[in-house]
Design a protein around this ligand. Structure first.
Ligand code: KG4
Ligand code: ZN
Length: 341
């Protein structure tokens, strides 16, 4: 399969990508409806669905043009099947099915969380299976052992909020915009220390599960206490961001490196929107080598939601024998991890 066309429409980003031989990204076009959701403080599913409908075909055209590829050159269709918002997912899934039928080309459904996990292998061709993956996004936080494109095992996961979810909620408490991650990252940048030290749930437990809602609640009560006396000053907000970011990074870095040791793996690939965080990258770069681990972070374009990671994993799954039919169904949750405990 030489040319894979990938489509990603699981949430507020609409993306189409052309990937050659499952490795070489010829185009990766992403358009976001984020601005339409900002007034509501989060993604509104109906607005996201309509935006997907409006922009998918222009995005697809642009991806083909940028890659200097015609639809008739496409050998394989790869599409995000889930998890995500059902309306947006159905737009991409329907388009991919229609293209598969019209072009007479095979179709492969791809899990969005697993695509984030495998993005590090697309970004760095020296990464080999088996490796450990840390996926940290707005909806999911999970540590996976990857043995091939189609074989993985969940090593740890959040038992409550996803890291990005907690980050966005803390940003909201501080009156910062949505999504909160980039803003917290920006405010905390360069700070040496903070007077705020927040709890690190499950840090010393034997399991590799995370809990982020406790850190979020600790920030909530601290903000409540401070606001009783006077409104938060910009310095207080910055110090809270630093303390909170440090707590989140601490559990992510320490537990992931411990999981790598327990699995006997020396490479960790990190993916998902939160992997853009500069402090996390800094701490992983400092601490992973001490643990004998190589940490690979994809470039930002492959950390955030994008169709190149869908096309790449779709092509790899196809090589491993995966074939889907036109009755491919979407799903809202990360099925591979089972229900939250
Ligand atoms: O993977 P993603 O783009 O979408 C989902 O599949 O959820 O992740 C979005 C999440 C949001 O919670 C956002 O606040 C967070 O990624 N994020 C960040 C940064 N950039 C985005 N979190 C921390 N630091 C950042 N620089
Ligand atoms: Zn994502």
């Amino acid at each position: 399969m030489k040319i894979t066309l990938g489509l990603e429409t699981s949430c507020d980003e609409t993306s189409a990508a052309v990937v050659c031989d499952g490795r070489k990204v010829l185009s990766n076009v992403v358009v976001s409806s984020l601005k339409e959701h900002q007034a509501f403080g989060g993604v509104v599913p109906e607005i996201a669905s309509r935006a997907q409908l409006e922009v998918l075909l222009p995005v697809l055209d642009r991806a083909l043009k940028t890659a200097k590829t015609k639809l008739s050159d496409v050998d394989l269709l790869a599409v995000t099947q889930g998890p995500g918002l059902l309306g947006p997912l159905l737009v991409g899934l329907s388009a991919a099915k229609a293209l598969s039928l019209a072009l007479g080309r095979p179709l492969v459904g791809v899990d969005h969380v697993l695509a984030h996990a495998h993005a590090g292998l697309l970004a760095d061709s020296s990464v080999r299976y088996p490796c450990l993956a840390l996926v940290i996004s707005g909806g999911h936080t999970v540590i996976l052992r990857l043995d091939s494109a189609s074989r993985h095992r969940v090593v740890g996961r959040t038992i409550d909020d996803a890291a990005g979810e907690a980050i966005d909620k803390v940003a909201k408490m501080l009156g910062l915009g949505y999504p909160g991650g980039p803003e917290i990252d920006r405010l905390a940048k360069g700070a040496k220390s903070s007077p705020f030290h927040f709890t690190r749930p499950l840090l010393t437990s034997d399991s590799f599960d995370f809990s982020f809602s406790g850190i979020k609640t600790a920030v909530f009560y601290e903000v409540l206490k401070l606001k009783k006396n006077k409104p938060l000053t910009p310095t207080m907000k910055r110090d809270i961001c630093v303390g909170f970011q440090e707590a989140v990074c601490d559990v992510l870095v320490k537990k992931t490196l411990r999981a790598a040791a327990s699995e006997g793996l020396d490479t960790v690939v990190v993916g998902g929107g939160v992997s853009a965080n500069s402090r996390l990258r800094q701490r992983m770069a400092a601490e992973a080598p001490k643990a004998g681990v190589r940490a690979v972070f994809p470039p930002l374009a492959l950390c955030q939601d994008n169709a190149a990671m869908i096309a790449a994993l779709g092509a790899a799954l196809y090589r491993e024998g995966r074939r889907d039919t036109l009755d491919l169904a979407s799903y809202p949750d990360f099925v591979s991890a089972g229900p939250r405990r």
